[in-house]
Write a protein of this length. Structure first.
Lengths: 162, 205
């Protein structure tokens, strides 16, 4: 398995859940194609995004798989996916899939390598986000900004009360 | 045994003869004694009648003398009683006068004492009311002071609690308000700003 295959697989997916969906789609496609039925793509018609991705990259992908190495390579891809660095984001509100994709792309461009993002909800953050990277948690939300300005805020309130 | 039986009959015969002799002699003595008795009795009766006559004479004498004495005694008694009654009447009149005077004096003294008593009572009551008013005022002042201190202390405590929790209150308020006021686009922008800041701090190397 080469890094080019990984790059193709992860080119437009950013979360581990998206990867699992894609891996499942790829496995089913390859099994049908290599071992499968006469109508190779009939059951995959519902996977529009997967089909779109396959239509774009199918040639480069299929040439690397045969009946002897398909499971091996798929296993290697799974192992490699688990080793990818993960950036955990704590956000205060749920985002639609399109925004998650944009966010994922933006983060990859920021960091400059293939990573996965893990999004968790934390409404107490109010706005902004908190990040976990390499086991370190850092809060970049408005809640943290309020906590840092606590004394100033208290002084302002005391000015109102007295 | 038969000897004894034969002896009893003569003895009995002798006893009967003696008895009849004795009875006969007794009878003669009884007649003699009876005559003497009647004589004695007659003498006793005469003497008794003499004594009774004498007693009646003495009685008459005594009764007449006692009547005189009684009359005299009655006169003296009447005179004494009259004097005593006069004296007693006079005494009662004097007593009545003295009683009236004493009664008047007593009434006067009672009035005087009652007036003094009322006057003292009034003075004491005024003093007591003044003292009570003063004590009540002091007590109320102390209560007010204590209550003010309590209020101040409570206020300080509440302000302290507010100071301790004001940031939490602010965050809670914002958590209730912001989700309704911040749009999705603003949320996304703030996430991007946070990522930019993380990059500047070189958090994700």
């Amino acid at each position: 398995m080469n890094d080019g295959l990984l790059t193709i697989i992860f080119e437009d997916i950013y979360t581990y859940q998206q990867y699992k969906n894609r891996a499942k789609f790829l496995r089913e496609t390859l099994v049908r194609r290599i071992f499968g039925s006469k109508d190779k793509d009939s059951d995959l018609s519902a996977h529009s995004q997967g089909n779109l991705w396959l239509s774009k990259n199918g040639g480069k992908i299929f040439q690397q798989f045969n009946k002897d190495n398909v499971y091996q390579i798929l296993g290697d891809i799974d192992t490699a996916a688990k080793k990818l660095p993960v950036l955990t984001l704590y956000i205060p509100a749920d985002l639609p899939d399109e925004e998650i994709d944009k966010l994922g792309l933006h983060i990859r461009n920021l960091i400059g390598k293939t990573i996965l993002i893990d999004i968790k909800l934390d409404p107490s953050l109010l706005a902004g986000c908190a990040l976990v990277w390499n086991g370190i948690y850092k809060d970049f939300s408005i809640k943290e900004a309020i906590d840092q300005k606590k004394e100033e805020i208290l002084a302002q309130f005391r000015g109102f009360l007295r | 045994m038969p000897n004894e039986v034969f002896l009893i009959f003569p003895i009995l015969f002798l006893a009967i003869v003696v008895f009849f002799v004795t009875q006969r002699s007794r009878g003669r003595r009884l007649e003699e004694h009876g005559d003497k008795g009647y004589q004695l009795l007659h003498q006793a009766i005469k003497k008794a009648q003499a004594i009774v006559g004498q007693a009646e004479l003495e009685e008459i004498k005594i009764v007449s003398s006692s009547k005189v004495k009684t009359q005299k005694f009655e006169q003296e008694i009447t005179k004494d009683l009259t004097q005593t009654a006069q004296l007693y009447t006079k005494y009662l009149e004097d007593l009545k006068k003295a009683s009236t005077i004493a009664q008047d004096n007593t009434l006067e003294a009672i009035k005087q004492q009652a007036s003094e008593l009322f006057l003292k009572f009034e003075q004491k009551l005024s003093e007591f009311l003044a003292q009570t008013e003063q004590r009540s005022t002091q007590s109320i002042d102390l209560e007010l002071q204590a209550t003010r201190q309590l209020i101040d202390s409570y206020k300080q405590q509440q302000l302290k609690i507010i100071d301790e929790n004001i940031v939490a209150m602010l965050e809670k308020t914002l958590s209730l308000v912001l989700p309704q006021k911040i749009s999705l686009q603003d949320q996304v922008e703030m996430i991007y700003d946070a990522l930019e800041k993380a990059k500047q701090e070189k958090f994700m190397i």
